[in-house]
Design a binder for this molecule. Structure first.
Ligand code: NAI
Length: 330
């Protein structure tokens, strides 16, 4: 199959080429995003392989269909960037990578918590400059704190187990409970109760119309003063303006985000020599108690291997008319 891989970074190419040795698809790597303008690159391709910030809306999908594309093989778990109804109407199948090392993302959520709390990023810079002072580096013990987990699927579940291991009380909300987690000590409760009781809240649910701006002025008002909010899921789960307001008012004590509502304008790129025009992002960067990473939670060797392998297998299943176990439908 001829596959156009979009938004390619050197690490994508490395892992895809390595695993393609046993699949023999014809891969073409484009570092550009997939958008209306770049769909012309997909002529003569059977498959496109987009990443999280490639928006596959009606216009893009109709152009892909015109060019003969028959499969959108996502290399992500989330599929909020694809209009599934339009894909179906244009007879284009969509597959994803439902699970690739959930521990990679769960462990990154922990990294955000520990860095924000124990300020190791600041200590590192201080020591580099010969500053051995401990002033303003006070953190808190995670032991016995209450951690609220919203979404206890594969990643949320791995995260619950990490936090239980640290001696935290773990409370959770999901539309579907997991009895196995309850057996391990996780207590499910309403969202409202979770907001009221948690010292740390970590988001692991998908972005959907029901979860858009889940974290907003009203939900933050229910939370404890100085709550820590962690988002490694999707930027749109948090209303950025509302969280900025609550950081300014010191209601939110810490914010750790690996994803950001408007991230497609900046994330994954080196913008160090450019003027960043996103004022909300600049405001977030300016807070001493906000930590931002550039959608890197998935970026482990294990996860990249699983992504490449699963995407290439999905394409192979499609090519050979096998059932598409990782198909997503509207
Ligand atoms: P999953 O499908 O295994 O779990 C999602 C969970 O959210 C399910 O248990 C589901 O019942 C629950 N859920 C659905 N609607 C909900 C609602 N309204 N309120 C609360 N919970 C709800 O997905 P997985 O693999 O755990 O991934 C979670 C999210 O993490 C993905 O949707 C994706 O956006 C994000 N992600 C981020 C990555 C990163 O690098 N930052 C990498 C991979 C995924």
């Amino acid at each position: 199959m001829k596959v156009a891989v979009f938004s390619t970074k050197p690490y994508d190419q490395k892992y895809f080429e390595q695993f393609n040795e046993s699949f023999h698809h014809e891969l073409a790597f484009f570092d550009t995003n997939l958008n209306e303008q770049t769909t012309n690159l997909t002529r003569d391709f059977d498959v496109v392989c987009p990443f999280v910030n490639d928006k596959l809306d009606k216009q893009v999908i109709e152009l892909l269909a015109k060019n003969g594309v028959k499969l959108i093989a996502l290399r992500s778990a989330g599929f909020n960037n694809v209009d599934l109804n339009v894909a179906e109407a244009n007879h284009i199948k969509v597959t994803r990578v439902p699970a690739y090392s959930p521990q990679a993302v769960a462990e990154h959520a922990l990294a955000l918590i520990l860095t924000l709390n124990r300020k190791t990023h600041k200590a590192y810079n201080r020591i580099k400059e010969g500053n051995f002072s401990l002033n303003n580096l006070i953190g808190f013990n995670l032991y016995n704190k209450t951690v609220g987990v919203i979404g206890t699927g594969k990643i949320g579940s791995a995260f619950c187990q990490i936090m239980l291991g640290l001696g935290c009380k773990v409370v959770a909300y999901d539309v579907k409970k997991q009895p196995a987690l309850e057996d391990k000590g996780v207590t499910y409760m309403s969202l409202e109760d979770l907001y009221k009781r948690s010292d740390i809240i970590s988001l692991h649910c998908p972005l959907m119309p029901q979860t858009k701006h889940l974290i907003n002025e009203d939900s933050i008002a229910l939370m404890k003063d100085h709550v820590m909010i962690i988002n490694t899921s999707r930027g749109g789960l948090i209303d950025t303006e509302d969280v900025i307001k609550n950081l300014k008012e010191k209601k939110v004590g810490h914010l750790g985000i690996d994803v950001y509502e408007q991230e497609e304008q900046v994330f994954f790129e080196d913008k160090s020599e450019q003027i960043i025009e996103d004022d909300a992002l600049l405001r977030l960067i300016s807070f001493p108690n906000v930590l931002i990473t550039s959608h890197q939670a998935f970026l482990t060797d294990e996860a990249l291997k699983e992504i490449a392998q699963t995407v290439l297998q999905n394409i192979d299943d499609f090519k050979n008319g096998r059932s598409l176990v990782n198909e997503v439908k509207s």
